[in-house]
Design a protein around this ligand. Sequence first.
Ligand SMILES: CC(C)(COP(=O)(O)OP(=O)(O)OC[C@H]1O[C@@H](n2cnc3c(N)ncnc32)[C@H](O)[C@@H]1OP(=O)(O)O)[C@@H](O)C(=O)NCCC(=O)NCCS
Length: 172
Amino acid sequence: MVTLRSYQPNDGPALLALFRDTIRRVNSRDYSPPQVAAWASDDIDTVQWFGRFAGRFVPVAEEDGRPVGFAELEPDGHIDRVYVSADHHGRGVGRQLLAAVVAEARRVGLARLFTEASITARPFFEGQGFVVLAPQVVTLRGVEFVNYRMERVLAEPGAAADGGGRSAFWRS
Ligand SMILES: CC(C)(COP(=O)(O)OP(=O)(O)OC[C@H]1O[C@@H](n2cnc3c(N)ncnc32)[C@H](O)[C@@H]1OP(=O)(O)O)[C@@H](O)C(=O)NCCC(=O)NCCS
């Protein structure tokens, strides 16, 4: 059974491994080998990569004590990394993670969520109420990528959308 918990500082290496594996096995459907090599690079600065979790709301999905997905919400409503293990796709893990992000956004009074979704993740975000603002081209380690600027305007706190309340994650 997959459950959510908060990020712990010692999660970094497992989440980085999950990140690389997901890009190589899943995003590789939509991005070229040079793009995948740049995105899931072996040369990622781990101190900087782990450091990005600080100050963010980071729900981690785990099964049998091992991380199978994570999401990141920044204080301004930006959703940064959202990754679910290739072995756990299509089981509602991403939806669980996003529900926790939405609940936190509402708790702190954010009016909107926004992200830059990969080609792979765009249908997922559309299914979760996000709309595309514009496609864009970004450069990472000298390689260009297409992704989509997307946003979701949040309903008033207490509205019925998303069940209208805090997820079980919040009661734990
Ligand atoms: C995007 C991602 C996080 C979704 O996680 P997931 O656990 O597979 O998603 P869920 O099982 O919770 O799916 C929720 C809904 O989105 C839909 N969905 C998910 N991925 C989809 C896809 N690629 N295409 C179409 N629909 C998709 C599911 O069918 C499901 O629909 P439903 O609510 O009607 O049943 C996951 O596919 C992933 O890690 N992708 C690669 C990494 C990535 O690109 N991350 C974003 C970086 S910007």
